[in-house]
Design a protein around this ligand. Structure first.
Ligand code: GAL
Length: 506
């Protein structure tokens, strides 16, 4: 695409997203006021990736059947619209150097897969590695970046997950990794097609410090595994800073806690990626999966379902489908949460007896907070307004901010969780049509394809706000009993008329 038409397309996307117009300088897209390097993915991408559940067992019917189920179960309309094909899809390169798909796995070809997905209102994600091989030892894209990007664009690919294996030693410093990943970034831009660029370099060389000017998301940890908090020596780091060996078999709590130090680097268009979701894979309890899903949402991580959608249980569909939690993830503020405190009840078992408070400011002035109990017994936990507004209270001259003197309504974001009966009806096709659910203003489901989360939040759509469970007065405290390996997830809203009016009247 010529630069002018790319510029037009970018500027249109930016305008649609409410951003100032974009322009191109030296081949780089510049969007004043926005951080997305290519004008897309202003809130975290959502979808499905086959890796966690299927590894190399991929083929076109798996992708297309999964996409159909996601449409039928209402997942597409909740926002899960990328189908990402992971490793092991190709057989090599042809005599002209282009990648060739495995004809047994993809007999109709990749363009057919992309076209069919697009026909369903879904998008197509592709995988490769910034190395000579992928991690599964299929051909990688190092040295073939433009050729591969052009081929994917010709197929209609909308997303690239770009791994880090077999990188020929071109890592070890941020600059080496930046340069290697930047080649593909430029190649994708050069195709003229809008392609979400998702780095998968496991936090290696601190991508949270450099990847936001060349990509839309970047993995910040070694690979997740389906465990709530079991330490595993193959995932040796407990902090993302200075982690020389990201590894794999990282638990939910391990990855969550690695976010604490780097949370400020998540931003519109470029998100810290905490890795694919494990909800549904069987290794955690229902309440552990609720913690996992909630905290990925709170931290504006991409939400990529990593399970077999075709065998999803009603309870797991209900977790993936909670619109009040997804609305946190898709909040226009596009920032991650802050861990305000963390205590270990049993100092000998670091990470095992943990309780924590995480909070996040939202675009409309609401605040979200999560009380996490990763310890082994149920307990009463407290969140104070002071902790929630700690940053305002400790800024500058340490003056008490007005928000501490105001009153707030507390909403439980899991209060309207879809019942297993309703989720079961969606799975077996006996639920009212999704249109009817949407029209009836369901409190447990939401059609984000019809009305974006940003617009639904502005319109106070009930499904996005959970159920009211309490109030916090000036300098107040909210207390809740939180079961073991569980969390309370809340949104607080300033009580209408209280503090705001006082300020207006001054
Ligand atoms: C890993 C990556 C996984 C998956 C796998 C494929 O490096 O982190 O998410 O893509 O490679 O081989």
């Amino acid at each position: 695409m010529a630069r002018t038409s790319l510029a037009k397309a970018v500027s249109l996307a930016a305008c649609l997203a409410g951003q100032a117009a974009a322009y191109i300088s030296n081949g780089t897209v510049i969007i004043p006021g926005a951080s997305s390097y290519n004008g897309i993915n202003l809130t975290p991408q959502m979808g499905w990736d086959n890796w966690n559940a299927f590894q190399c067992n991929v083929n076109e019917s798996l992708l297309l059947n999964t996409a159909k189920a996601m449409v039928d179960y209402g997942l597409r309309d909740l926002g899960y619209n990328y189908i990402v094909l992971d490793d092991c899809w190709s057989i090599g390169r042809n005599e002209t150097g282009y990648l060739v798909e495995n004809p047994e796995k993809f007999p109709s070809g990749m363009k057919h897969v992309a076209d069919t997905l697009h026909g369903m209102g879904m998008k197509f994600g592709m995988y490769s590695s910034a190395g000579i091989f992928t991690c599964g030892r299929f051909p990688g894209s190092l040295g073939y970046e433009q050729k591969d990007a052009d081929l994917w664009a010709s197929w209609g690919v909308d997303y690239l997950k770009y791994d880090n294996c077999y990188n020929q030693g071109q890592s070890g410093t941020p600059k080496l990794s930046f340069d290697r990943y930047n080649v593909m970034s430029q190649a994708l831009n050069h195709t003229g097609r809008k392609i979400v660029y998702s780095l998968c370099n496991w936090g290696n060389d601190d991508p949270f410090d450099w990847a936001y000017t060349i990509s839309n998301s970047y993995r910040m940890s070694g690979d997740i595994y389906d465990s709530f908090n079991r330490p595993d020596s193959r995932c040796p780091c407990t902090e993302s800073i200075g982690c020389a060996w990201p590894g794999f078999h990282c638990s939910v709590m391990n990855i969550l806690n690695k976010m604490a130090a780097i949370q400020s680097r998540s931003q519109s268009g470029a998100f810290n990626d905490m890795d694919m979701l494990e909800v549904g894979n069987g290794g955690q309890s229902d309440s552990e999966y609720v913690v996992h899903f909630s905290m990925w949402a709170m931290n504006a991580s991409p939400l990529l379902m990593g399970t077999n959608v075709l065998t999803l249980s009603p309870a797991n569909l209900a977790i993936y489908s909670n619109p009040a939690v997804i609305a946190l993830n898709q909040d226009p503020s596009a920032g991650a949460a802050v861990r305000k405190w963390q205590y270990f009840l049993d100092p000998d078992q670091t990470g095992q007896g943990e309780i924590a408070l995480w909070t996040r400011g939202l675009a409309n002035g609401d605040q979200a907070f999560a009380l996490i109990n990763a310890a082994n017994t149920s307990m009463t936990m407290n969140a104070t307004l002071y902790d929630i507004f700690l940053d305002a209270a400790t800024a500058g001259a340490y003056q008490t901010p007005a928000v501490l003197g105001e009153s707030w309504d507390v909403y439980d974001l899991w209060g309207n969780r879809m019942s297993n009966t309703e989720a079961g009806m969606l799975i077996n096709g006996t639920a009212p049509t999704l249109d009817a659910m949407s029209m009836s203003n369901s409190t447990s489901w939401y059609n984000a394809t019809a009305t974006s989360y940003a617009d639904g939040l502005k319109a106070n759509a009930t499904a996005l706000y959970g159920t009211k469970v309490g109030e916090m007065g000036p300098m107040g405290t909210f207390s809740a009993t939180i079961g073991r390996h569980s969390l309370g997830l809340y949104r607080i809203r300033q009580r209408s008329g209280a503090g705001m009016r006082k300020r207006d009247e001054l």
